[in-house]
Design a protein around this ligand. Structure first.
Ligand code: UDP
Length: 354
């Protein structure tokens, strides 16, 4: 079987790390990096640390609005797929690259397999929610990470075959978190305290594109008790600089460049709590046994909230402070599979081709 896999940003590198090498043991894969997240240096770190095959094709299609970006990707992917004629196209998650890869394939009548199918925040203002819903409805194979995701897909009567495989990010976290825990020199190297700090990330359009929300985000981060370390996403840095808020934030918060996966994980496993609007980081915190406070009013990873390890506070500083002061529950059940999701994705793809 020949598979074209389309990835484009940081979390998709992590997800591909669970699948690509395994896939290549049995099948041919062409990895296409759209360049949606265009930091070359960081992409290289991810490829090396996570032992992802180097992408065969790099399209360099970052920048512009979501619509422009998706349109450029579609225009580039259509002839690429016509030339390669793969048996399936594999996409991950909820980015513009996911939708463009899925739609270009579906238009060319090539079966689409979607990893992380069925995730819903039920907030259609999020560009990611539109990408997820649309991709699920054009996919032939929907690889869902949780019972909740399967239930969401059933309710929407998707046309493709639904399989629950677990979460591919769990596979990667289970491999990398022990290594990151052993890296005792990491906090000092990265300019972070040795322990007892809050690790923060923020990049959702809903939090950083609107100036008043951005100001609320800065106030929240500055209002946290004790040290906060913020590896700063390029989008957020640009918005903070444009609003003249970067220096103000830097008075109370240790700001670093975006980190490689091992370095980021080394901070995550040592933090007292995570404060984030990321999807992936909510899960990684749970897996590491680190309480999570999420700066959104919805989440796709509802199970982490249900079991009490994740609290949604939107950008309310008082709620964030209270949640960061609370102790986590004693129990931490397995929510997203056993770390073998990558193998199940490959099996499901083989059956699709068969
Ligand atoms: N991450 C990283 N370096 C950082 C910040 C995050 O390696 O400086 C990783 C993190 O561990 C997670 C992924 O990037 O696996 C999450 O990406 P992001 O928050 O950009 O995307 P989302 O999950 O919200 O789609």
């Amino acid at each position: 079987m020949k598979v074209v896999t389309v990835i484009g940003n940081r979390p998709q590198f992590v997800k591909a790390a669970a699948v690509s090498r395994r896939l290549r043991e049995e099948h041919d894969e062409i990895l296409v990096h759209t360049g949606q997240h265009y930091d070359d240096e960081l992409s290289t770190v991810f490829v090396e640390e996570l032992q992802i095959p180097r992408p065969e094709l790099e399209l360099g299609l970052g920048g512009g609005t979501n619509t422009e970006q998706t349109a450029r990707m579609l225009a580039a992917l259509a002839p690429l797929l016509a030339g390669e004629q793969p048996d399936a196209v594999l996409v991950y998650g909820d980015t513009n690259s996911t939708l463009a890869g899925g739609l270009a394939a579906a238009q060319a009548q090539i079966p689409v397999a979607h990893v992380e199918a069925g995730m819903r925040s039920f907030d259609r203002r999020m560009p990611e929610e539109l990408n997820r819903v649309l991709t699920d409805h054009l996919s032939a194979l929907l690889l869902a990470p949780s019972d909740t995701a399967v239930e969401n897909l059933r309710r929407e009567h998707v046309a493709g075959v639904v399989e629950q495989v677990g979460d591919v990010m769990v596979d990667v976290a289970m491999l990398i978190q022990p290594r990151a825990l052993a890296d005792d020199g990491a906090p000092a190297r990265l300019g972070a305290p040795a322990s007892d700090f809050v690790l923060a990330t923020a990049h959702r359009a809903g939090n950083v594109d609107d100036p008043s929300r951005l100001r609320a985000l800065v106030a929240l981060l500055r209002g946290v008790d004790g040290p906060v370390v913020l590896p700063l996403h390029p989008r957020t840095r640009a918005r903070l600089e444009a609003a003249g808020l970067l220096n103000e934030l830097a008075e109370n918060v240790t700001i670093t460049a975006p980190l490689g996966y091992l370095d980021f994980t080394a901070l995550l496993v040592r933090s007292r709590a995570v404060l984030t609007d990321s999807g992936g980081v909510q899960k990684e915190a749970y897996l590491a046994g680190v309480p999570c406070v999420t700066m959104r009013d919805t989440t796709e990873w509802v199970e982490t909230v249900d079991v009490g390890w994740n609290v949604l506070v939107d950008l309310d500083v008082d709620r964030a402070r209270a949640a960061l002061a609370a102790s986590p529950p004693a129990d931490r059940p397995e929510l997203y599979g056993d770390g073998e999701a990558g193998a199940r994705v490959v099996d499901a793809l083989s059956r699709l081709a068969g």
